[in-house]
Write a protein that binds this ligand. Structure first.
Ligand code: ATP
Ligand code: MG
Length: 401
Protein backbone atom coordinates (compact mmCIF):
# COMPACT_ATOMS: atom_id res chain seq x y z
CA UNK A 1 0.00 0.00 0.00
CA UNK A 2 1.52 3.37 -1.00
CA UNK A 3 2.58 5.75 1.77
CA UNK A 4 -0.23 8.17 0.89
CA UNK A 5 -2.81 5.52 1.75
CA UNK A 6 -0.95 4.41 4.88
CA UNK A 7 -0.97 8.01 6.10
CA UNK A 8 -4.74 8.15 5.59
CA UNK A 9 -5.50 4.83 7.31
CA UNK A 10 -6.37 6.48 10.65
CA UNK A 11 -9.22 8.25 8.86
CA UNK A 12 -10.73 5.00 7.58
CA UNK A 13 -10.25 3.50 11.05
CA UNK A 14 -11.98 6.39 12.81
CA UNK A 15 -14.96 6.19 10.47
CA UNK A 16 -15.21 2.42 10.77
CA UNK A 17 -14.88 2.52 14.56
CA UNK A 18 -17.99 4.69 14.58
CA UNK A 19 -19.86 1.92 12.79
CA UNK A 20 -19.73 3.15 9.17
CA UNK A 21 -17.95 1.86 6.09
CA UNK A 22 -15.07 3.73 4.45
CA UNK A 23 -12.85 2.96 1.46
CA UNK A 24 -10.26 4.51 -0.77
CA UNK A 25 -11.79 5.02 -4.21
CA UNK A 26 -11.25 6.59 -7.62
CA UNK A 27 -8.09 7.48 -9.49
CA UNK A 28 -5.66 6.83 -6.67
CA UNK A 29 -6.72 3.18 -6.42
CA UNK A 30 -6.52 2.78 -10.20
CA UNK A 31 -3.09 4.39 -10.34
CA UNK A 32 -1.78 2.26 -7.49
CA UNK A 33 -2.82 -0.90 -9.35
CA UNK A 34 -1.00 0.45 -12.39
CA UNK A 35 2.11 1.05 -10.32
CA UNK A 36 1.87 4.79 -10.92
CA UNK A 37 2.43 7.54 -8.35
CA UNK A 38 -0.77 8.91 -6.85
CA UNK A 39 -1.80 12.46 -6.13
CA UNK A 40 -5.04 12.93 -4.25
CA UNK A 41 -6.45 10.23 -1.99
CA UNK A 42 -10.25 10.09 -2.21
CA UNK A 43 -12.38 8.39 0.40
CA UNK A 44 -15.96 7.14 0.05
CA UNK A 45 -18.06 6.38 3.09
CA UNK A 46 -21.50 5.25 4.19
CA UNK A 47 -21.50 8.02 6.80
CA UNK A 48 -23.55 11.09 5.89
CA UNK A 49 -21.72 14.43 5.73
CA UNK A 50 -22.93 15.55 9.16
CA UNK A 51 -21.87 12.22 10.60
CA UNK A 52 -18.41 12.58 9.07
CA UNK A 53 -18.07 16.08 10.46
CA UNK A 54 -19.01 14.90 13.94
CA UNK A 55 -16.09 12.45 13.90
CA UNK A 56 -13.26 14.86 13.10
CA UNK A 57 -12.01 18.06 14.68
CA UNK A 58 -11.11 19.83 11.48
CA UNK A 59 -13.23 19.59 8.35
CA UNK A 60 -14.10 21.91 5.47
CA UNK A 61 -17.36 21.79 3.52
CA UNK A 62 -15.77 21.63 0.08
CA UNK A 63 -18.84 20.23 -1.67
CA UNK A 64 -21.30 19.39 1.03
CA UNK A 65 -24.33 19.44 -1.31
CA UNK A 66 -22.71 16.55 -3.20
CA UNK A 67 -21.72 14.86 0.04
CA UNK A 68 -18.07 15.90 0.02
CA UNK A 69 -16.31 17.00 3.18
CA UNK A 70 -12.58 17.60 3.37
CA UNK A 71 -11.01 16.11 6.47
CA UNK A 72 -7.81 17.88 7.54
CA UNK A 73 -5.24 15.66 9.11
CA UNK A 74 -1.51 16.33 9.69
CA UNK A 75 -1.47 19.11 7.11
CA UNK A 76 -3.16 16.89 4.55
CA UNK A 77 -6.69 17.22 3.20
CA UNK A 78 -8.78 14.18 2.35
CA UNK A 79 -11.91 14.56 0.23
CA UNK A 80 -14.45 12.27 1.83
CA UNK A 81 -17.68 11.69 -0.05
CA UNK A 82 -20.80 9.95 1.14
CA UNK A 83 -21.94 7.00 -1.00
CA UNK A 84 -24.48 8.39 -3.37
CA UNK A 85 -26.61 7.71 -6.40
CA UNK A 86 -27.54 10.24 -9.00
CA UNK A 87 -31.00 10.58 -10.43
CA UNK A 88 -33.12 12.24 -13.12
CA UNK A 89 -30.67 13.72 -15.57
CA UNK A 90 -32.73 16.07 -17.67
CA UNK A 91 -30.05 17.91 -19.57
CA UNK A 92 -27.25 15.40 -20.21
CA UNK A 93 -25.10 16.95 -17.53
CA UNK A 94 -24.88 16.35 -13.84
CA UNK A 95 -27.76 14.89 -11.95
CA UNK A 96 -30.70 16.99 -10.85
CA UNK A 97 -30.19 15.59 -7.42
CA UNK A 98 -27.86 13.31 -5.56
CA UNK A 99 -29.21 10.87 -3.04
CA UNK A 100 -27.01 9.68 -0.22
CA UNK A 101 -27.11 5.94 0.27
CA UNK A 102 -25.51 3.42 2.64
CA UNK A 103 -24.50 0.95 -0.07
CA UNK A 104 -21.02 0.86 -1.58
CA UNK A 105 -22.29 -0.99 -4.62
CA UNK A 106 -24.73 1.82 -5.47
CA UNK A 107 -21.88 4.29 -5.24
CA UNK A 108 -19.52 2.31 -7.46
CA UNK A 109 -22.27 1.84 -10.06
CA UNK A 110 -22.50 5.57 -10.73
CA UNK A 111 -18.77 5.81 -11.55
CA UNK A 112 -17.71 6.19 -15.15
CA UNK A 113 -15.31 3.38 -16.08
CA UNK A 114 -14.61 -0.04 -14.63
CA UNK A 115 -11.01 0.89 -13.81
CA UNK A 116 -12.29 3.96 -11.94
CA UNK A 117 -14.78 1.94 -9.92
CA UNK A 118 -12.59 0.04 -7.47
CA UNK A 119 -12.75 0.40 -3.72
CA UNK A 120 -9.76 -0.40 -1.52
CA UNK A 121 -10.30 -1.47 2.09
CA UNK A 122 -8.07 -0.50 4.98
CA UNK A 123 -6.70 -4.05 4.89
CA UNK A 124 -5.53 -3.63 1.30
CA UNK A 125 -8.29 -5.67 -0.30
CA UNK A 126 -9.59 -4.54 -3.70
CA UNK A 127 -13.34 -4.58 -4.20
CA UNK A 128 -13.97 -5.04 -7.90
CA UNK A 129 -17.65 -5.25 -8.79
CA UNK A 130 -17.42 -4.73 -12.55
CA UNK A 131 -14.41 -6.79 -13.61
CA UNK A 132 -12.19 -3.77 -13.64
CA UNK A 133 -9.17 -5.90 -12.76
CA UNK A 134 -9.51 -7.89 -15.93
CA UNK A 135 -10.00 -4.70 -17.98
CA UNK A 136 -6.92 -3.32 -16.31
CA UNK A 137 -4.88 -6.38 -17.29
CA UNK A 138 -6.12 -6.07 -20.86
CA UNK A 139 -5.66 -2.31 -21.00
CA UNK A 140 -9.30 -1.72 -21.78
CA UNK A 141 -11.42 1.29 -20.89
CA UNK A 142 -15.03 0.20 -20.47
CA UNK A 143 -18.04 2.11 -19.18
CA UNK A 144 -19.65 0.80 -16.01
CA UNK A 145 -23.05 -0.57 -17.05
CA UNK A 146 -24.73 0.53 -20.30
CA UNK A 147 -22.41 3.02 -21.98
CA UNK A 148 -25.25 4.66 -23.88
CA UNK A 149 -27.20 5.31 -20.73
CA UNK A 150 -24.12 6.52 -18.86
CA UNK A 151 -23.30 9.09 -21.55
CA UNK A 152 -26.89 10.30 -21.54
CA UNK A 153 -26.62 10.84 -17.81
CA UNK A 154 -23.44 12.87 -18.15
CA UNK A 155 -22.07 13.62 -21.60
CA UNK A 156 -18.72 14.69 -20.16
CA UNK A 157 -17.96 11.00 -19.67
CA UNK A 158 -17.33 10.75 -23.42
CA UNK A 159 -14.53 13.30 -23.11
CA UNK A 160 -13.29 11.40 -20.09
CA UNK A 161 -13.22 8.24 -22.21
CA UNK A 162 -10.78 9.72 -24.71
CA UNK A 163 -8.88 11.44 -21.90
CA UNK A 164 -8.29 8.24 -19.94
CA UNK A 165 -7.50 6.30 -23.13
CA UNK A 166 -4.78 8.90 -23.79
CA UNK A 167 -3.47 9.00 -20.23
CA UNK A 168 -3.48 5.29 -19.51
CA UNK A 169 -2.80 4.06 -23.04
CA UNK A 170 -5.89 1.86 -22.82
CA UNK A 171 -8.08 0.96 -25.80
CA UNK A 172 -11.69 2.06 -25.58
CA UNK A 173 -13.89 -1.03 -25.54
CA UNK A 174 -16.05 -1.49 -28.64
CA UNK A 175 -19.50 -0.84 -27.21
CA UNK A 176 -18.23 2.07 -25.18
CA UNK A 177 -16.61 3.54 -28.29
CA UNK A 178 -19.76 3.02 -30.36
CA UNK A 179 -21.77 4.81 -27.69
CA UNK A 180 -19.40 7.79 -27.89
CA UNK A 181 -19.89 7.89 -31.67
CA UNK A 182 -23.66 7.73 -31.32
CA UNK A 183 -23.85 10.41 -28.64
CA UNK A 184 -20.98 12.77 -29.41
CA UNK A 185 -23.44 15.60 -30.09
CA UNK A 186 -24.49 15.57 -26.44
CA UNK A 187 -21.12 17.09 -25.60
CA UNK A 188 -22.61 20.41 -26.74
CA UNK A 189 -24.57 20.45 -23.45
CA UNK A 190 -21.46 20.43 -21.30
CA UNK A 191 -19.92 23.55 -19.77
CA UNK A 192 -16.70 24.39 -21.57
CA UNK A 193 -14.74 24.49 -18.32
CA UNK A 194 -15.44 20.81 -17.71
CA UNK A 195 -14.57 19.78 -21.25
CA UNK A 196 -11.41 21.86 -20.97
CA UNK A 197 -10.18 19.91 -17.92
CA UNK A 198 -10.48 16.60 -19.73
CA UNK A 199 -9.13 17.81 -23.06
CA UNK A 200 -6.12 19.45 -21.41
CA UNK A 201 -5.28 16.15 -19.72
CA UNK A 202 -5.80 14.25 -22.98
CA UNK A 203 -3.29 16.51 -24.75
CA UNK A 204 -0.62 15.52 -22.23
CA UNK A 205 -1.34 11.81 -22.14
CA UNK A 206 1.35 9.35 -23.11
CA UNK A 207 -1.05 8.00 -25.74
CA UNK A 208 -2.31 11.45 -26.73
CA UNK A 209 -2.17 10.44 -30.38
CA UNK A 210 -4.55 7.54 -29.84
CA UNK A 211 -6.90 9.64 -27.69
CA UNK A 212 -6.98 12.40 -30.30
CA UNK A 213 -7.59 10.00 -33.15
CA UNK A 214 -10.54 8.48 -31.28
CA UNK A 215 -11.78 11.95 -30.42
CA UNK A 216 -11.82 12.75 -34.13
CA UNK A 217 -13.15 9.34 -35.21
CA UNK A 218 -16.09 9.69 -32.83
CA UNK A 219 -16.65 13.31 -34.01
CA UNK A 220 -16.38 14.69 -30.48
CA UNK A 221 -14.25 17.50 -31.96
CA UNK A 222 -17.30 18.77 -33.84
CA UNK A 223 -18.67 19.89 -30.47
CA UNK A 224 -15.45 21.53 -29.25
CA UNK A 225 -15.01 25.29 -29.87
CA UNK A 226 -12.62 26.09 -32.69
CA UNK A 227 -12.06 22.42 -33.52
CA UNK A 228 -15.33 21.76 -35.33
CA UNK A 229 -13.90 21.59 -38.82
CA UNK A 230 -10.22 20.97 -38.43
CA UNK A 231 -10.02 17.18 -38.62
CA UNK A 232 -7.02 17.11 -40.96
CA UNK A 233 -4.97 19.61 -38.96
CA UNK A 234 -5.88 17.79 -35.80
CA UNK A 235 -4.64 14.51 -37.22
CA UNK A 236 -1.38 16.24 -38.15
CA UNK A 237 -1.19 17.48 -34.61
CA UNK A 238 -1.94 14.02 -33.23
CA UNK A 239 0.89 12.57 -35.31
CA UNK A 240 3.37 14.92 -33.65
CA UNK A 241 2.45 13.31 -30.36
CA UNK A 242 3.30 9.77 -31.43
CA UNK A 243 6.31 9.59 -29.14
CA UNK A 244 6.37 12.84 -27.17
CA UNK A 245 3.97 14.84 -25.02
CA UNK A 246 3.69 18.46 -23.97
CA UNK A 247 4.89 18.82 -20.39
CA UNK A 248 2.25 21.23 -19.13
CA UNK A 249 -1.04 22.89 -20.01
CA UNK A 250 0.54 25.91 -21.65
CA UNK A 251 2.76 23.87 -23.92
CA UNK A 252 -0.14 21.67 -24.93
CA UNK A 253 -2.40 24.54 -25.93
CA UNK A 254 0.43 26.49 -27.59
CA UNK A 255 1.31 23.49 -29.71
CA UNK A 256 -2.33 23.04 -30.63
CA UNK A 257 -2.79 26.68 -31.64
CA UNK A 258 0.49 26.62 -33.56
CA UNK A 259 -0.34 23.46 -35.46
CA UNK A 260 -3.77 24.82 -36.31
CA UNK A 261 -1.92 27.69 -38.00
CA UNK A 262 -3.63 30.41 -35.96
CA UNK A 263 -2.51 34.02 -35.87
CA UNK A 264 -1.77 35.35 -32.37
CA UNK A 265 -5.12 37.20 -32.41
CA UNK A 266 -7.07 34.10 -33.48
CA UNK A 267 -5.21 32.03 -30.92
CA UNK A 268 -6.37 34.53 -28.30
CA UNK A 269 -10.00 34.23 -29.41
CA UNK A 270 -9.74 30.45 -29.52
CA UNK A 271 -8.34 30.26 -25.98
CA UNK A 272 -10.95 32.69 -24.67
CA UNK A 273 -13.69 30.44 -25.97
CA UNK A 274 -12.16 27.69 -23.86
CA UNK A 275 -12.16 30.06 -20.88
CA UNK A 276 -8.45 29.93 -20.29
CA UNK A 277 -6.96 32.40 -17.81
CA UNK A 278 -5.72 35.77 -19.01
CA UNK A 279 -2.17 34.85 -18.01
CA UNK A 280 -2.28 31.72 -20.09
CA UNK A 281 -3.77 33.56 -23.08
CA UNK A 282 -1.02 36.15 -22.83
CA UNK A 283 1.82 33.63 -22.75
CA UNK A 284 0.37 31.59 -25.58
CA UNK A 285 -0.30 34.60 -27.81
CA UNK A 286 3.31 35.75 -27.35
CA UNK A 287 4.55 32.24 -28.02
CA UNK A 288 2.49 31.93 -31.19
CA UNK A 289 3.72 35.28 -32.38
CA UNK A 290 7.34 34.23 -31.99
CA UNK A 291 6.80 30.72 -33.34
CA UNK A 292 5.08 32.00 -36.47
CA UNK A 293 8.04 34.33 -37.09
CA UNK A 294 10.51 31.56 -36.40
CA UNK A 295 8.73 29.35 -38.90
CA UNK A 296 8.99 32.09 -41.53
CA UNK A 297 12.58 32.82 -40.54
CA UNK A 298 12.04 36.55 -40.08
CA UNK A 299 12.33 37.23 -36.38
CA UNK A 300 12.97 40.91 -35.78
CA UNK A 301 14.48 42.56 -32.72
CA UNK A 302 11.04 43.88 -31.84
CA UNK A 303 9.58 40.35 -31.84
CA UNK A 304 12.19 39.22 -29.34
CA UNK A 305 11.62 42.30 -27.20
CA UNK A 306 7.88 41.73 -27.18
CA UNK A 307 7.73 37.98 -26.67
CA UNK A 308 10.76 37.11 -24.56
CA UNK A 309 8.72 36.51 -21.42
CA UNK A 310 7.29 33.47 -23.21
CA UNK A 311 10.60 32.26 -24.65
CA UNK A 312 10.87 29.05 -22.62
CA UNK A 313 7.40 27.92 -23.55
CA UNK A 314 7.89 28.91 -27.18
CA UNK A 315 11.16 27.00 -27.50
CA UNK A 316 9.74 23.84 -25.95
CA UNK A 317 6.85 24.00 -28.36
CA UNK A 318 9.25 24.56 -31.25
CA UNK A 319 10.94 21.30 -30.29
CA UNK A 320 7.62 19.45 -30.04
CA UNK A 321 6.63 20.79 -33.41
CA UNK A 322 9.97 19.79 -34.97
CA UNK A 323 10.84 23.36 -35.81
CA UNK A 324 14.60 23.84 -35.83
CA UNK A 325 15.70 26.96 -33.94
CA UNK A 326 19.18 28.39 -33.51
CA UNK A 327 18.74 29.06 -29.81
CA UNK A 328 22.21 30.50 -29.05
CA UNK A 329 21.77 32.97 -31.89
CA UNK A 330 18.37 33.99 -30.59
CA UNK A 331 19.78 34.43 -27.10
CA UNK A 332 22.67 36.55 -28.26
CA UNK A 333 20.34 38.72 -30.34
CA UNK A 334 18.19 39.23 -27.26
CA UNK A 335 21.24 40.00 -25.13
CA UNK A 336 22.21 42.66 -27.67
CA UNK A 337 18.92 44.54 -27.44
CA UNK A 338 19.56 48.11 -26.36
CA UNK A 339 16.66 47.99 -23.91
CA UNK A 340 14.73 45.06 -22.49
CA UNK A 341 11.73 46.98 -21.12
CA UNK A 342 10.05 50.32 -21.61
CA UNK A 343 11.41 51.48 -18.24
CA UNK A 344 14.92 51.37 -19.62
CA UNK A 345 14.13 53.93 -22.31
CA UNK A 346 16.26 57.05 -21.64
CA UNK A 347 13.21 59.24 -22.19
CA UNK A 348 9.77 59.11 -20.59
CA UNK A 349 6.43 60.79 -20.18
CA UNK A 350 7.86 63.24 -17.65
CA UNK A 351 10.42 64.41 -20.19
CA UNK A 352 7.59 65.22 -22.59
CA UNK A 353 5.50 67.15 -20.06
CA UNK A 354 8.04 68.81 -17.80
CA UNK A 355 10.88 68.88 -20.29
CA UNK A 356 8.99 69.89 -23.42
CA UNK A 357 5.73 71.32 -22.07
CA UNK A 358 3.57 68.84 -23.95
CA UNK A 359 0.11 67.92 -22.67
CA UNK A 360 -0.73 64.25 -22.35
CA UNK A 361 -2.78 63.19 -25.38
CA UNK A 362 -2.76 60.84 -28.36
CA UNK A 363 0.50 62.28 -29.70
CA UNK A 364 2.10 61.61 -26.36
CA UNK A 365 1.68 57.84 -26.55
CA UNK A 366 2.58 57.82 -30.22
CA UNK A 367 5.89 59.54 -29.58
CA UNK A 368 6.90 57.23 -26.76
CA UNK A 369 5.90 54.12 -28.72
CA UNK A 370 7.89 55.29 -31.75
CA UNK A 371 10.98 56.00 -29.66
CA UNK A 372 10.69 52.61 -28.03
CA UNK A 373 10.44 50.83 -31.38
CA UNK A 374 13.35 52.74 -32.88
CA UNK A 375 15.62 52.08 -29.93
CA UNK A 376 14.77 48.37 -29.93
CA UNK A 377 15.34 48.18 -33.69
CA UNK A 378 18.72 49.84 -33.20
CA UNK A 379 17.75 52.88 -35.30
CA UNK A 380 18.23 55.29 -32.42
CA UNK A 381 20.69 55.27 -29.53
CA UNK A 382 19.13 54.99 -26.10
CA UNK A 383 20.39 58.42 -25.17
CA UNK A 384 18.33 61.19 -23.64
CA UNK A 385 19.50 63.99 -25.96
CA UNK A 386 19.07 61.85 -29.07
CA UNK A 387 15.57 60.81 -28.05
CA UNK A 388 14.57 64.34 -27.11
CA UNK A 389 15.68 65.60 -30.50
CA UNK A 390 13.64 62.89 -32.19
CA UNK A 391 10.61 63.70 -30.04
CA UNK A 392 11.00 67.36 -30.96
CA UNK A 393 11.01 66.46 -34.65
CA UNK A 394 7.80 64.50 -34.24
CA UNK A 395 6.09 67.34 -32.39
CA UNK A 396 7.03 69.83 -35.10
CA UNK A 397 5.86 67.52 -37.84
CA UNK A 398 2.49 67.11 -36.11
CA UNK A 399 1.99 70.82 -35.49
CA UNK A 400 2.89 71.71 -39.11
CA UNK A 401 0.27 69.31 -40.46
P1 ATP B 1 -7.20 11.92 -12.02
O1 ATP B 1 -6.06 11.05 -11.68
O2 ATP B 1 -7.00 12.63 -13.30
O3 ATP B 1 -7.67 12.81 -10.91
P2 ATP B 1 -9.55 10.42 -11.39
O4 ATP B 1 -9.97 9.06 -11.82
O5 ATP B 1 -9.21 10.61 -9.97
O6 ATP B 1 -8.38 10.87 -12.34
P3 ATP B 1 -11.45 12.50 -11.00
O7 ATP B 1 -12.05 13.41 -12.00
O8 ATP B 1 -10.58 13.06 -9.94
O9 ATP B 1 -10.70 11.38 -11.83
O10 ATP B 1 -12.67 11.71 -10.32
C1 ATP B 1 -12.50 10.79 -9.25
C2 ATP B 1 -13.41 9.59 -9.44
O11 ATP B 1 -14.78 10.01 -9.44
C3 ATP B 1 -13.23 8.84 -10.75
O12 ATP B 1 -12.19 7.87 -10.66
C4 ATP B 1 -14.60 8.23 -10.96
O13 ATP B 1 -14.76 7.08 -10.18
C5 ATP B 1 -15.52 9.29 -10.41
N1 ATP B 1 -15.97 10.26 -11.43
C6 ATP B 1 -15.46 11.48 -11.67
N2 ATP B 1 -16.12 12.14 -12.63
C7 ATP B 1 -17.11 11.31 -13.02
C8 ATP B 1 -18.18 11.42 -13.96
N3 ATP B 1 -18.33 12.50 -14.73
N4 ATP B 1 -19.02 10.36 -14.06
C9 ATP B 1 -18.88 9.27 -13.29
N5 ATP B 1 -17.91 9.11 -12.38
C10 ATP B 1 -17.04 10.11 -12.24
MG1 MG C 1 -8.70 12.52 -9.03
Amino acid sequence: MPAEFVAALPILETIEAAGYEAYFVGGSVRDTLLGKPIHDVDIATSAYPEEVKALFDRTVDTGIEHGTVMILDHGQGYETTTFRTESTYTDFRRPDEVTFVRSLEEDLKRRDFTVNAFALTKDGEIIDMFDGLSDMDNHILRAVGEAEERFHEDALRMMRAVRFAAQLDFKIEEKTLQAVKDNAHLLANIAIERTNVEFTKLLQGKAARYGLLEMIATTLNKYMPGLETVDIDLIGYADLLADQQPANDEEAWTLLAFELGLTPEDAGLFLKKWKHSNDMVKTIKASIKLLNKLRLGDVEAWDLYETWAAIDNALRVATLSELVVDVPKLESRYADLKIKTKNELAFNGGDLTKGMGLKPGPLFGKILATLERKVVAGDLANNHAVLQAEAQKMVEKETNK
